[in-house]
Design a protein. Sequence first.
Lengths: 339, 339
Amino acid sequence: MSTPPRRRPSIHDVAREAGVSITTVSHSLNDRGRVLPETKERVIEIAERLGYSANVHAQRLATGLNKTIALQVSGYGPDIVGVDSAYYIDLLNSASATALELGYMPILTPPDVTHQLTRFPADGALILDPIGNEPLMDTVSEAGGIVVTAGRAMKSLKKVAGWVDNDLPTLTVEVLDHLEDRGYRRPALITGTRDRSYAADTIEAYERWVAERGSESIIEEVKANPTADVAMKTARRLLERNSPPDSIYTSFDVFALGALRVAGALGLKVPDDLGIVATVDSQGMRSATPTLTAIENHPRELGSRAIKMLVGLLNGEVKPPVGEIVPAELQVRESTSRP
Amino acid sequence: MSTPPRRRPSIHDVAREAGVSITTVSHSLNDRGRVLPETKERVIEIAERLGYSANVHAQRLATGLNKTIALQVSGYGPDIVGVDSAYYIDLLNSASATALELGYMPILTPPDVTHQLTRFPADGALILDPIGNEPLMDTVSEAGGIVVTAGRAMKSLKKVAGWVDNDLPTLTVEVLDHLEDRGYRRPALITGTRDRSYAADTIEAYERWVAERGSESIIEEVKANPTADVAMKTARRLLERNSPPDSIYTSFDVFALGALRVAGALGLKVPDDLGIVATVDSQGMRSATPTLTAIENHPRELGSRAIKMLVGLLNGEVKPPVGEIVPAELQVRESTSRP
DNA sequence: GTGAAAGCGCTAACAT
DNA sequence: ATGTTAGCGCTTTCAC
């Protein structure tokens, strides 16, 4: 048929072609040791021409390094779905691209198969929206690896060397100020349990904000999985109180949609009678009727920064613990647009 | 502080402990060659006790196998977002879990960094919702690797050895029958361009169905990125026709939400004046007002079957080309629930 | 049935 | 500045 699947060129092929030893090839390509500039140049050129690239397995065997990073979306699965996962895909793709560029293999590690990592040891792991009880955290840190998170773990902090996150406290204040600016006086908060950092951050900032104004604190800390059903029940409970809130700020896009739905059922107009804001932007937010005000988190930026941080930590260029804030912006849309 | 990061036990450690050669250990653990059953048993037991597992890099160097599978969501990125990506995360996670179980490293490969795969050669690739022009397809197949897809590629078919998919033609008929059953008489179709198999399949089935009934074929083949904006424009164009459809079947959840929104703006009630069905189920579908009838695709099943197929092909146990249909179910909800 | 030994492709001392 | 050589941890022929 076609050309038989030819063997990849090895370092020996390059060495022979260049008339040097494999050491010189290795040194030229990784610029270690001393190599005459012109030699190095020639070697590089020949390597390129031959389409040579080092066999990673041999390289790793020889160096004892794994050059592998485990990627995990914490607790994601059939029954735990809080936010539109475009956020996760974008974050994962950009984390992955960055890892690849830095010479690391990004391996996707589902929550339930962490034990496999004994066979595929990772130098480090990036966990998205961690709780702190992820088995992956133990596996990696016990093996001497480094764990970094997107969103901060509230437990097992010693196991986490770094994190990237949006500035939830500031964003919360920004949202509440925005609501106040639009004339909303009784904002309620719907978020997750405090074992997730976004919830803890948001709750704290919210409580401080309402306390400053002497307003009532109306918080729903959702313990169940944030499904459509739970979202509606929660919103209904809130809106049927004696003195209901006039606006809702929620960490889950599902809950924003749920609130919208319940408002409709109760005859409340959005944004006139009820303002709604979500912490995560998504297609759902942009497509809802009315469109929903939400925060653009810049997941791609979070992903690439997290990996750079992880690699920095692995190289010892950065000392743990480190944290990095990625800017996010409030996208004002119809759900809070009243005069 | 704590225990210094101890070196992982090697095959020599196991051999020494068992008082045998490393050959025997290797044979026992992989059951090759002949080993006295009791010897084998002892070796396995000791390996376990020592927490031994083969160094994958050494193993791969020795065997010349990569045992690596590239995972890619085709065309996913900041500007191409058709469906709620929970679908993708679930599919990816389950594909990944299956790969790991079968001894393969699942490496997430973003669309834009395919060239890196020269350094990290993959035995095969799984591409989700392919077009057929993905660089990854060429990279992998040119390197003698095997490409499998979730959803069928419409181009470059020779490069694809296998696929898994839902039965879109049948599902389309099921949806149209359901709409007819609920009294809708003029179903319209909004889908993507025919270079994606789901669109091609759906269009064909739809056209046959309406032809059989002598009904008018109302198709919007969306060329632009399926964003919220495009969704609304498309829906509006459809609903403002002289003889508008009384129901919409769409491949994108964004479009279902968009149709809902436009219907509201035009004073059309859903499901009374307009029925809406989407091909992909998602949180958005379940949380909308009203809830939207949609198809549950079973992404986890698609993911694990795709990987099993890929590994089967790699092992030569399966002969290409192969295709596998994964059952999906119509979830009837409020958007089509009229008497 | 078991083991010695060669080699997978590369890196890193250590010569020269 | 360049080359020789000894591994890295494993699989696999080939003897015994």
